[in-house]
Design a protein around this ligand. Structure first.
Ligand code: EZ4
Ligand code: CO
Length: 412
């Protein structure tokens, strides 16, 4: 099974996606997702200019060898651009191997460990009535676990809230589903950690009073707090029994999580901006987190994320793979196959893609009664309509960023 072609397809149906399409001499096609939100073209160039030419003529069955060749052989290691590019190759090769074996990919990863994957969706609102409506609408869609993000009095636009984005083109677009905005420059938002810390515990109290004790609730602090503030928030949220508190403080400084852990039993999830097993070394071995948030797309593919999850399993740490709209249907399918197979699956983030995206990417992926299943077609179960993709050329789009009241740039 020799690789004959490797093409990079950039398309922007509802948002930008970067897809690697690998074709073998026996005519099989494998797909990999390399979408890096707001930096898509850097990964497209890395793949098209430096990786795709090296794939031609290689044996598509040699997944581990190809992974090591691209990681060690490239000399410059880790980092989101490199690891997204390696991921796209890795996932495309797993897709090909499973198609060659005529099996759904999860069968090659050890077979199903469960019947479906618990998924969580994003509810948000500027105020409580809007938030409650959003929670109800998610419950009606079948979600059995829900992330809660809320506006903060005094702050204009903030992360994760269905508000009017600042760019004209995106007015009225529901922001909880898509933080990136199509515009020449990133939108600017507000932040004030003290106002946020005063407001959030009351919101969770109200949500528990309205929806009861059973519903798993999640929350994302999106890297904005110091370790001291993160510890305060974790402690303040303990009465509301969160499923997890995500990215409570920036994770570059892994040791800072020790302090947070000493002060709160609220479960912690980290990792959507981490991209290698080395980024997890301290937080896994010291059990400073409960959930691994990496996406297959940004963490060197199935080969590497499976390795991270096996390492995490030694410490009773589970998966909570990143699944925002910037992970394409190809990346979501890869996450679903991996999540179905591993023993230490925890939960999967899931937001529906738009109708244009679903027309570009054919999918066997199912979301039924709050559970995800990748389907049973050979491979990933995703096809790419290249003509349909060609109708939507790349559009400049960025994630927003934050400034404090005095104009200081803050973590986003
Ligand atoms: O900001 O996907 O938990 N989900 C998140 C996302 C991320 C974006 C980054 O591309 O934090 O909304
Ligand atoms: Co997050």
């Amino acid at each position: 099974m020799k690789i004959e072609r490797a093409e990079v397809i950039v398309t922007s149906p509802d948002r930008n996606f970067v897809t690697l399409k690998v074709t073998t001499d026996d005519g099989l096609v494998g797909l990999g997702d390399a979408t890096l939100n707001g930096r898509e073209l850097a990964v497209a160039s890395y793949l098209a200019d430096h990786v795709a030419p090296l794939l031609i003529g290689r044996d598509a069955h040699r997944i581990e060898d190809t992974w090591q060749f691209l990681y060690r052989g490239g000399y410059w290691r880790r980092g989101p651009v490199t690891m997204a590019a390696i991921s796209a190759v890795d996932v495309a090769l797993w897709d090909l191997k499973a198609k060659a074996a005529n099996l759904p990919l999860y069968q090659l990863l050890g077979g199903a460990s469960r019947t479906g994957l618990l998924a969580y969706g994003h509810a948000s609102g500027r105020d409580l009535p809007e938030l409650f409506d959003s929670v109800r609408s998610h419950l009606e869609q079948g979600y059995r676990a829900i992330r809660i993000q809320t506006g903060v009095p005094g702050l204009r636009a903030i992360y994760g809230i269905a508000s009017n984005p600042t760019s004209e083109a995106n007015k009225g677009v529901r922001y909880d589903h898509e933080p990136a905005q199509r515009a020449a420059r990133p939108a600017e938002e507000d932040w004030d950690s003290r106002a946020y810390l005063r407001h959030v515990p009351g919101v969770f109290e109200a949500v528990r009073n309205e929806f009861g004790p059973e519903l798993p609730l999640l929350h994302d602090a999106h890297h904005r707090l110091t370790p001291t503030q993160a510890a305060q928030l974790g402690k303040a949220l303990e009465p509301y029994d969160l499923f997890w508190l995500e990215d409570c403080t920036p994770a570059e400084n892994q040791e800072s999580l020790r302090f947070v852990r000493q002060h709160t039993t609220t479960p912690l999830a980290i990792g959507e901006v981490l991209n290698s097993i080395w980024d997890y070394q301290t937080i896994i071995t010291e059990r400073l987190i409960d959930y691994v948030r990496s996406a297959v797309t940004h963490t060197g593919g199935i080969t590497h994320l499976k390795r991270i999850m096996e390492f995490a399993a030694l410490y009773q740490i589970k998966s909570g793979f990143h699944g925002p709209t910037d992970v394409s249907p190809v990346g979501m399918a890869a996450a679903a196959h991996l999540g179905l197979a591993i023993h230490n699956f925890g939960i999967q983030e899931y937001m529906k893609h738009g109708a244009r995206t679903d027309a570009v990417f054919g999918q066997t992926f199912r979301f039924t009664d709050g559970l995800i299943h990748p389907g049973d077609e050979p491979g990933l179960g995703v096809s790419l309509d290249v003509d349909e993709a060609g109708r939507y050329p790349y559009q400049t789009a960025y994630l927003p960023y934050n400034r404090l009241a005095d104009g200081t740039v803050h973590d986003w």
